[in-house]
Design a protein around this ligand. Structure first.
Ligand code: NAD
Length: 360
């Protein structure tokens, strides 16, 4: 198969983990005889430095031309006090919008060898296997009006949470379809006791449900969901929610998986002008300025994102399984980075990437 992949390493550890993800991608393509064409684009802080803005036109063009995009992370402390529209993170929102990837899939899985890395009791975590589906191109991160106006005591910050029926229905169908191929349970998260957007959300989810009679549907308020994810995480199979709720709740997955460095993500649903599907794959974590440039970052979230790319963009299940299995072998060997290994000598980012390739 011809795979035309764009890499967007971004900032901080984004660069380090993407290097290892690409190492694995190249290794799998060689092993399974795929023809890999790689290109690289700028996004985030590095793009501000080199082009003056976080999301260069060239990056948008290259992302639309690629079959799939593999991203690292963006964000540099030097831009922390910049206005939101100029910050590196705006590049992230830009590329998601360009590609129209409205569903962000965040698998959260417990690995037997990592049970002790979670601060939760083993029996709570053992066997957790869920996918959080976060709506990605709507809601409060994109809604207008937005901004800061006025002065003194009247200075006012405004953001707008808004959803259309179509935006809710398409991500709901995506989540139902995923559930249909798993344990057939979908949990929809909202705040319908307070927010009108959530009332519409719940109504549309209920309207879509009869299309999937084989899937059990339940609704849960976001505050209760935050608690249940820690109290009884095993009850969840596929969990669907709007953009900001998903951003916040999916970090709880890090507590279950043992480290945020473990979590991959796949953003799908978008189509190119040609009608072909596109996907955007990235670890859930950020640029981690505290450990950047030290060869300490856990690259398994990025490497898991490569597996997700094989699975969702190309339907190459054997290749995806080979990566997941190699990740498990490396975890079982104890050859892991410091976030998963409080005692003993940790492996470096590069060593983990090399070990995954060796295990494939
Ligand atoms: P972060 O995810 O970068 O880091 C949180 C903590 O987790 C840090 O202690 C970090 O060292 C650790 N960590 C993260 N990834 C790790 C890995 N792979 N291996 C080992 N440890 C890891 O979140 P933050 O500190 O809140 O944000 C830092 C910057 O990243 C900010 O500028 C933020 O806006 C940006 N950010 C970007 C994305 C993205 O690009 N998708 C996501 C979240 C945050």
């Amino acid at each position: 198969m011809n795979l035309n992949i764009l890499t967007v390493p971004g900032d901080g550890i984004g660069v380090e983990v993407t290097t290892e993800a690409v190492r694995v991608l190249e290794h799998v393509c060689k092993k399974f005889n795929h023809n890999l064409r790689l290109s690289e684009a700028l996004l985030g802080g590095v793009a501000i430095h080199k082009t003056g803005g976080p999301y260069p036109e060239e990056t948008s063009k290259m992302a639309l031309e690629a079959d799939a995009t593999l991203m690292g992370a963006v964000g540099l402390p030097e831009f922390d006090n910049w206005p939101p529209e100029k910050r590196p993170e705006r590049g992230l929102l830009g590329i998601r919008k360009t590609l129209g990837v409205y569903a962000n899939l965040r698998p959260v899985k417990s690995y037997p060898s990592l049970l002790d890395s979670s601060p939760l009791k083993n029996h709570l975590v053992d066997g957790v296997d869920m996918i959080i589906v976060r709506e990605l191109t709507g809601g409060i991160y994109y809604g207008t009006p937005r901004g800061i106006t006025g002065e003194g005591g009247e200075e006012r910050g405004t953001n707008t949470m808004t959803y259309t029926r179509d935006e809710i229905a398409r991500v709901t169908r995506m989540a139902f379809n995923l559930a249909r191929n798993r344990r057939k349970k979908l949990t929809s998260v909202d705040k319908s006791n307070v927010l009108e957007t959530s009332q519409l959300w719940r109504r549309v989810v209920c309207e879509v449900a009869p299309e999937f009679p084989d899937v059990e549907l339940e609704h849960i308020l976001v505050d209760n969901c935050a608690m249940q994810l820690i109290l009884r995480p095993k009850q969840f199979d596929v969990v669907v929610m709007e953009n900001m709720f998903g951003d916040i709740l999916s970090d709880e997955g890090a507590v279950i998986a043992g480290s945020i460095g473990m979590l991959p993500s796949a953003s799908i649903g978008g189509k190119k002008p040609s009608g072909a599907w596109v996907g955007l794959y990235e670890p859930v974590h950020g640029s981690a300025p505290d450990i950047a440039g030290q060869n300490k970052a856990n690259p398994l979230g990025a490497i898991g994102s490569v597996a997700a790319m094989f699975e969702y963009s190309f339907g190459l299940m054997d290749e995806a399984k080979a990566v997941y299995k190699a990740m498990e072998t490396v975890l079982n060997s104890g050859n892991t980075t410091a976030d998963l290994k409080p005692k003993g000598t940790p492996a470096t980012t590069v060593q983990v990437g090399e070990a995954v390739c060796a295990a494939i």
